[in-house]
Design a binder for this molecule. Structure first.
Ligand code: EPZ
Length: 429
């Protein structure tokens, strides 16, 4: 198994190109199941999760091809991939494929909408929490689906098709919003979805569905109104920039010191996190071609944060922010409200010398700590990148094992950081 070695003590200076968002690309790819025509997605990142989803989609009968090589910025740019679900040959998503990635459960929405049936393996728990699927099942039932759980599968049927409904989510869920919205595009009549997630990736999916002929209003608000149509058609859509990758590299520049241009990043996608960084003493400047992040000389101030659904501080930046706060001049508290078990990085950061106390959903970080390199273990995607960040300021070498977690969601991580002067290398087993 590969590992990543980071030698601390190098500032970051240069340009980091921001990739297409993983969490937008995945639902957009799933949307290709809704039409027999070609859906071309531009700027799809090279990630293990994208490859896993391609395997699921091809199992349903989706054909795909990657458009030819393009002259890319710094040699790094996502691919343009065309997906065509001309004929769906299989409405079952088997356990061995779904268990690799939770988002693959989301195929249940388009399959039900277009084929009126689906049998999708339940994803099971994951490292960051139990992550149930009750909201998916409840909302699809509201649209007229009959769903039973049998042998570890959600078996869903909507004889004659789904029907529009007025439905309120009891809790904000990104995935359940994606799925109910996709399902409603082909339901009979009007659907109103309330208490929806407002994450930019939901808006990106809505915009793509609209380009495919769906009638959706309210994207970006908590109420989505969808008038069902007979069929959707093909479209070409560019995946929006990854706001979590943007925030991660902004925090990496903050922890290591230096100045980086996050090329292609959009500040409006992560305003809350950028405001937090400004309060921590980081200089942020919005440019035409991205975001410039700078920390030269002055120290980092402690800032308290609570994770919340968008537009609040994202849970997907919580671990990275905790790494940054280990270097703050004082004590900060970080409260996690989205997932019940998303603090596994605490023990690993402690191995590097961080002083963090945990009380339920709240972590108190006592900064600043002089970190010292050690061998640490990646436990999930965002936790693993927080260890890379801590390694940037730790004395000596930090070796992060189980880097397959990183490969799920960070495109060319070592290359992007090394190009800015960091000493980060992959050690192939
Ligand atoms: C999406 O996961 C993201 N994944 C996650 O990114 C992100 O952390 C999360 O949204 C929150 O922003 C993708 O987009 C692929 P949720 P999702 O449903 O949709 C509970 C990353 O590192 N819930 O909004 O699975 C759930 O347990 C990741 O890239 C139910 O109770 O998250 C959680 O507590 C990991 N019942 C809360 O809702 C349900 O049926 C929010 O989860 C569904 C969810």
């Amino acid at each position: 198994m590969d590992s990543i070695k980071v030698t601390g003590g190098h500032r970051l200076n240069g340009v980091i190109p921001i990739s297409g968002a993983k969490n937008a690309a995945l639902p957009l790819m799933i949307a290709s199941l809704l039409t027999a025509d070609e859906l071309i997605l531009e700027n799809v990142p090279h990630l293990a999760d994208v490859e896993s989803l391609i395997r699921i989609l091809t199992n349903h009968g989706v054909d795909y091809h990657v458009e030819g090589k393009r002259r890319a910025h710094n040699g790094q740019q996502g691919r343009n991939i065309a997906f065509t679900a001309g004929e769906i040959v299989d409405t079952t998503a088997p356990y061995d494929l779904v268990s690799k990635m939770r988002a693959s459960f989301w195929v249940i929405g388009p399959l039900l909408a277009r084929m009126h049936k689906a049998k999708v393996s339940l994803p099971g728990g994951c490292a960051i929490g139990t992550r149930p699927v009750d909201l998916f099942i409840d909302s699809l039932q509201a649209l007229g689906a009959k769903i039973t759980i049998d042998g570890g599968y959600a078996v869903a049927e909507a004889t004659g098709g789904l029907t529009g409904a007025d439905y309120t989510f009891s809790k904000v869920s990104v995935g359940a919003t994606h799925v109910a919205m996709m399902a409603a595009t082909l339901a009979k009549g009007k659907t109103v979805l309330r208490n929806c997630a407002r994450e930019p990736e939901v808006t990106d999916l809505a915009n793509c569905l609209i380009a495919m002929g769906a009638q959706i209003s309210g994207a970006g608000t908590s109420t989505l109104t969808i008038e069902g149509v007979e069929a959707l058609h093909g479209a070409r859509h560019r995946v929006l920039p990854d706001r979590i990758e943007t925030g991660t590299y902004a925090m990496a520049a903050a922890i290591a010191g230096g100045e980086v241009l996050l090329k292609g990043a959009q500040a409006s996608l992560l305003q809350n996190a950028l405001d937090v960084l400004v309060r921590a003493g980081v200089e942020i400047e919005e440019k035409n071609d991205g975001i410039r992040v700078m920390r030269n000389g002055h120290g980092i101030k402690p800032v308290d944060v609570t994770t919340e659904p968008f537009p609040g501080f994202p849970t997907d930046l919580q671990a990275q922010f905790m790494a940054l706060m280990t270097q703050a001049e004082g004590t900060s508290t970080i409260r996690e409200t989205i997932f019940e078990n998303r603090f596994m990085h605490v023990q690993e950061l402690a191995r590097l010398g961080a002083q963090i106390t945990l009380d339920g959903q709240e972590a108190t970080v006592h900064g600043p700590s002089a970190l010292k390199g050690a061998q640490v273990m990646a436990t999930d995607l965002r936790a693993s990148v927080s260890l890379v960040m801590a390694g940037l300021v730790a004395e000596g070498d930090t070796t992060i094992t189980r880097v397959y977690h990183l490969d799920r969601g960070f495109e060319h991580l070592e290359q992007k950081l090394s190009a800015c002067g960091a000493a980060v290398e992959r050690i192939s087993a």
